[in-house]
Write a protein that binds this ligand. Structure first.
Ligand SMILES: C=C1C[C@]23C[C@H]1CC[C@H]2[C@@]12CCC[C@@](C)(C(=O)O1)[C@H]2[C@@H]3C(=O)O
Ligand SMILES: O=C(O)CCC(=O)C(=O)O
Ligand SMILES: [Fe+2]
Length: 345
């Protein structure tokens, strides 16, 4: 078992619906999924052209990549990366397998439903209990091996799905290490701290397959409500369909334009804390569309859950108190976007 799943396998204090909607069988958007126009999570303020992304696109083979990554992390907490070395064929296989999973019948998918106290499997976004309205979303969470669930879904043909997800998680971990190393080198960091953030021993990853079925009334609902990601770094593929938006002070919700072959990389809460707030966390959400069934795949990378998280020691005034990684995961699970302020000094 992946140790990260231990940190997430905890009783929730919410009694909440845990089953995604049967999107195939409904005509309109039910009341449960209609977000009110006045809800600020839902406001649409797009003042820029959706084709120009604000956040930088960085070529990993560029000799200046390190400075560009440092700059992007400090300014936006987000960037897109190209020439990252992850084989395109594998990236495509992951999309194919994710689509294969989400095209199963509701009955089949519910056989691997994430339990209320579980970490992995099919289900609603974990942040759902913090919002009054439901999201136009279904997800499948993998932490380490997904063989148990895959065997239930495809008793005679589970290996292909598992091998693809294993290969992809390995590639994502390598890329996460590379990107963390580059971004941290632009801060005042000790070798020990670099080792902690990029240690291969006990470090953790999770893969989230997101599915946003086409929606009859996309302007009245949300695919994924605004949130920050919890771990150190997230590496996301939007698979060519627009949907990801970031919140920019003074500008509002602004799209992150999908670029063929690129990954969107963003700073998570743990890296924000570790960097002593030198790297901001970015609020983001996903919107849905009327004609396309959008898939996105996010890899979340984190340090060992039993290790201590503290702001970089070379900075004189730590903004956050130190705590165990698993304690932060618990705080986030119970307080969502208030978690950071609870550990602020
Ligand atoms: C390792 C992770 C990271 C998780 C929890 C766990 C597995 C699923 C991830 C997501 C995926 C969807 C958004 C999010 C906010 C959610 O609801 O579930 C993410 C969350 C986080 O970054 O906090
Ligand atoms: O689907 C997207 O573009 C965003 C997904 C996301 O934010 C997540 O999985 O944490
Ligand atoms: Fe996210």
């Amino acid at each position: 078992m992946n140790t990260l799943s231990k940190a997430y396998e905890v009783g929730t204090t919410f009694s909440h619906n845990i089953i995604p909607l049967d999107f195939e069988s409904i005509d309109g958007v039910p009341e449960s999924h209609l977000w009110s126009q006045s809800d600020e999570s839902h406001q649409k303020i797009q003042t820029n052209n959706p084709r120009d992304s604000l956040i930088p696109v960085i070529d990993l083979s560029d000799p200046c990549a390190i400075d560009l990554i440092g700059q992007a992390c400090k300014t936006w907490g987000m960037f897109q990366v190209i020439n990252h070395g992850v084989p395109l064929e594998l990236v495509k296989k992951v999309e194919f397998e994710a689509r294969r999973l989400f095209s199963l019948t509701t009955h089949e998918k519910r056989k691997v439903l994430r339990s209320p106290t579980g970490a992995t499997g099919y289900g609603l976004p974990r942040i759902s209990p913090f919002f009054a309205k439901c999201m136009w979303h279904e997800g499948f969470t993998i932490m380490g091996s997904c063989v148990d669930d895959a065997k239930v879904l495809w008793p005679h043909d589970y290996q292909r799905f598992c091998d693809t997800m294993d290969d992809y998680q390995n590639q994502m971990k390598l890329l996460a290490h590379k990107l963390l190393l580059l971004s941290l080198q632009t801060l005042d960091v000790t070798q020990e701290e670099i080792n902690w953030a990029t240690s291969t021993h006990g470090s953790n990853g999770a893969l989230q397959l997101n599915s946003y079925p086409s929606c009859p009334n996309p302007s009245r609902t949300l695919g994924l409500a605004p949130h920050t990601d919890s771990l150190l770094l997230t590496i996301l593929n939007q698979y060519g369909i627009t949907g990801l938006e970031i919140f920019v002070e003074g500008l509002g919700w602004s799209p992150v334009c999908p670029i063929e072959g690129a990954f969107v990389v963003n700073v998570g809460d743990l890296l924000h804390i570790f960097s002593n707030a030198k790297f901001p966390v970015v609020y983001h959400r996903a919107v849905v569309n009327q004609s396309k069934h959008r898939i996105s795949v996010a890899y979340f990378y984190g340090p060992p859950i039993e290790s201590t998280l503290a702001p970089l020691s070379n900075y004189q005034d730590p903004c956050f108190r130190s705590l165990l990684v698993k304690e932060y995961i618990r705080l986030k699970a119970t307080h969502n976007d208030k978690a950071l302020s609870l550990i602020r000094i």
